[in-house]
Design a protein around this ligand. Structure first.
Ligand code: NGD
Length: 268
């Protein structure tokens, strides 16, 4: 760390760009291509990194829009098989454990683009000490709520919209029926981006899976008013709706960590 870097003030509230972000993205890229030969193209991992640098290097991280990531989305394009998409809201951990256990489902983070960036922090910076060649800010990045055209939220909004737009058949959504507050926030990406991006001609139905704490805590059920409201919202977008409380295969996954819970003892 040079003295100039040390002196660079923390201008944003969030943590800085993930250390070794380039190596991580390149490693994930080669790993994904190795495990997904169906992509069947001569994908250039360095080229993908270059697209990210074009989108954000030397830019104000509060002035990055979806448009800036358009090329990145294009070069990582993948066709999604119908009936496999799993969206989630407030169930990050459980949804991803589920797709690891069940090959028939994929979240955005299991697709190429989502896999490359999941869990990372990144942002550009407008100025740099003359001796360092870094277009990214490793010290601090804006927090999600710090600005509108946020370097990471713009990315996830575009990635989520693209994933939803290319989804077909039955689309599943894992929601948290035990979390406090709204079952889905109005400004959640699921509600504000993913539902409006689905194509009613391609999507036969949106099926909600309402997961509850294995101890039986239920704040929202499929019959709750908040779910009825969500049903109306989904139908207004021309999409079919269904809802399942405690879908059994999701519950069985929760049972791995709680085999003694009452809900896990049934044998049917
Ligand atoms: O206001 C926020 C905020 N909103 C979203 N997130 C936020 N973080 C803040 N500090 N402040 C980030 O998005 C945060 O990392 C959350 O863990 C994550 C998801 O937010 P959540 O649980 O409220 O659900 P959303 O409906 O907004 O978005 C979930 C859907 C799902 O289908 C994902 O494939 O949108 C896609 N996604 C969105 C945002 C981030 C994925 C990611 C990701 N992999 O990091």
């Amino acid at each position: 760390v040079t003295s100039q870097e040390r002196d660079h003030p923390l201008i944003w509230k969030g943590k800085g760009t993930t250390r070794h972000v380039k190596d991580i993205i390149l490693g994930r890229c080669y790993d994904y291509l190795l495990n997904n030969p169906h992509l069947g193209r001569d994908l250039d991992c360095n080229g993908i990194w270059q697209e990210l640098t074009t989108a954000i290097y030397w830019k104000d991280p509060c002035k990055v829009t979806g448009e800036d990531y358009q090329r990145l989305v294009e070069v990582t394009h993948e066709t999604l098989p119908c009936n496999t998409s799993l969206l989630w809201s407030r169930t990050n951990n459980l949804a991803h454990r589920y797709t690891k256990a069940n090959d028939g489902f994929r979240t955005l983070e299991d697709t190429f683009l989502g896999y490359l960036f999941n869990g990372l922090t990144w942002c550009g910076k407008t100025h740099s000490a003359a001796t360092t060649v870094k277009g990214m800010d490793y010290k601090s990045c804006p927090a999600w709520d710090e600005c509108e055209n946020h370097t990471m939220s713009s990315f996830w909004k575009l990635a989520s919209a693209t994933f939803s737009r290319s989804s077909c058949g039955m689309v599943h959504v894992m929601l948290n029926g035990s979390a406090e507050g709204d079952i889905v926030r109005n400004d959640s990406i699921f509600k504000s981006v993913e539902i409006p991006s689905m194509n009613p001609d391609l999507v036969s139905e949106v099926r909600l899976w309402l997961a509850h704490g294995i101890d039986g805590t239920q704040r929202s059920k499929c019959s709750s008013d908040s779910l009825m409201e969500l049903k109306g919202y989904i139908e207004k977008h021309g999409l079919g709706f269904s809802c399942v409380d405690n879908q059994r295969s999701v519950q069985l996954l929760q049972c791995i960590e709680n085999p003694g819970a009452a809900a896990c003892m049934r044998c049917n």
